[in-house]
Design a protein around this ligand. Structure first.
Ligand code: 3MF
Ligand code: MG
Length: 398
């Protein structure tokens, strides 16, 4: 296990910077266009940006307009020193996707999703983006269960598969990532609702060798997980262990148990959990990019405020990295970790390596001293671990 912190690189969705701050009950509170946002971004430590097609041109834009906007956007990004990182098809805003996109029960809607998706794959390549994100916001139901859920999942994944194969056939070096969300905007976003279920669906539908390592999961922490009071740290551990984590994650702030907040990092969040996300990534030697997918709150209205938001997002992550570095350097933590990982896997490892598990289990049984003896371990160390971690996070460790 690596014991050092690799400072993450940063990215942000173009849609975050230009978000006008309106909500279902309130008008827009700011008007910052993409060029103005890129200008601001260039002054910060966030040197990557990502776009949906729809952030840049209308869904029915003529090819000449698309070409012009691509040229202009590339020029603006290079002038402001920002790299285009991800590109994605917005398959959720257009009214045609109100019944779903790849998974819609209606064939002409599924066709629209595939056309739009493949266009996005072309544009991702033209922009020199690294990944195409697939967030299936509309894949699901608002409560009618209007089609068999397994069939819906198959339609979702097979539509996506066409887009991925399209890119492969064209020889593009793109990685595709599925971004899970437990629900919202459709109230029963049943398909690939968590990172774990997305990983499972990818393994099932993309099991041919041509897709190996090409379709991964980009989670959004803590928002998409904590909005349902699930735990991002356990999901992250699974994705890392199974090799299903994308080279980037989305990050922001979330009040647990609420609709997707997309608040600035640290707002409403659990710092202990956020710390554990950064610790888990660094423990595994992850060298990825943190893409902020969040926006200034409604009370932020100016470019100056936007700059503060961007610097604050970077500062929060860097603060967590500093805490993780302190954790790695802490002698008490080293002792506690030692106590918590003693004789790692010796029993399970030797049992699985044995030619006969039954024989091995027989041996284990013969040597077994009873449950009272098994209980005779110092589990107080777990609480001591929590206290030490908390004192590192709060800067009160002595
Ligand atoms: C919604 C999201 C999306 C995705 C984006 C990427 C609008 O909660 O997180 O942001 O990140 O569509 O493709
Ligand atoms: Mg996101």
């Amino acid at each position: 296990m690596g014991k050092s912190v690799t400072p993450a690189g940063f990215s942000i969705g173009g849609w975050c910077g230009t978000n006008p701050g309106g909500d279902p009950f309130g008008d827009a509170v700011r008007n910052i266009g993409m060029d103005a946002f890129l200008e601001v971004l260039g002054t910060t430590a966030i040197k990557r940006v990502s776009f949906h097609d729809r952030d840049l041109w209308p869904d029915d834009a003529a090819p000449a307009l698309v070409t012009e906007v691509i040229g202009h956007t590339k020029e603006r990004c290079s002038a402001t020193g920002v790299e285009i990182y991800n590109f994605t098809s917005n398959n959720f805003s257009n009214p045609c996707f109100r019944s779903g996109a790849f998974s819609s029960p209606f064939p002409q809607v599924r066709a629209a999703a595939i056309v739009k998706g493949c266009n996005a794959v072309d544009h991702a390549n033209e922009f020199g983006a690294k990944h195409v994100i697939w967030w299936g916001g509309r894949e699901g139901s608002d409560g009618a269960y209007e089609q068999d859920a397994g069939l819906g999942l198959a339609r979702y994944m097979l539509g996506l598969k066409i887009c991925v194969r399209y890119g492969l056939e064209k020889g593009y070096k793109l990685i595709h990532t599925v971004e899970p969300k437990v629900y919202e905007p459709r109230l029963l976003a049943l398909y690939a609702g968590t990172g774990a279920s997305a990983a499972s669906a990818i393994r099932h539908y993309f099991n041919e060798p041509a897709f190996a390592g090409r379709v991964l999961v980009n989670p959004e922490y803590p928002q998409h997980v904590m909005m349902l009071n699930l735990d991002p740290v356990f999901e992250l551990g699974q994705l890392l262990e199974e090799g299903m984590l994308a080279p980037f994650i989305h990050f922001g702030g979330q009040i647990a148990g609420r609709m997707d907040c997309d608040l600035p990092p640290g707002f409403g969040s659990n710092v202990y959990t956020d710390f554990m996300i950064v610790l888990t990534l660094n423990r595994r030697g992850w060298r990825g990019v943190v893409e902020f997918d969040c926006r200034p709150p409604r009370t932020t209205t100016s470019c100056q405020g936007l700059t503060g938001f961007l610097n604050g997002a970077v500062g929060y992550w860097r603060m967590l990295e500093d805490k993780v570095a302190a954790y790695f350097a802490d002698a008490q933590i080293a002792d506690l970790e030692g106590a918590l990982t003693a004789d790692e896997d010796s029993t399970v490892g030797s049992l699985l390596a044995a030619s006969s598990v039954a024989k091995g289990v027989g041996q284990l049984r013969a040597n077994f001293k009873g449950f009272a003896a098994a209980a005779d371990v110092n589990t107080d160390v777990i609480e001591a671990y929590q206290r030490r971690v908390m004192s590192i996070i709060t800067g009160t460790a002595k």
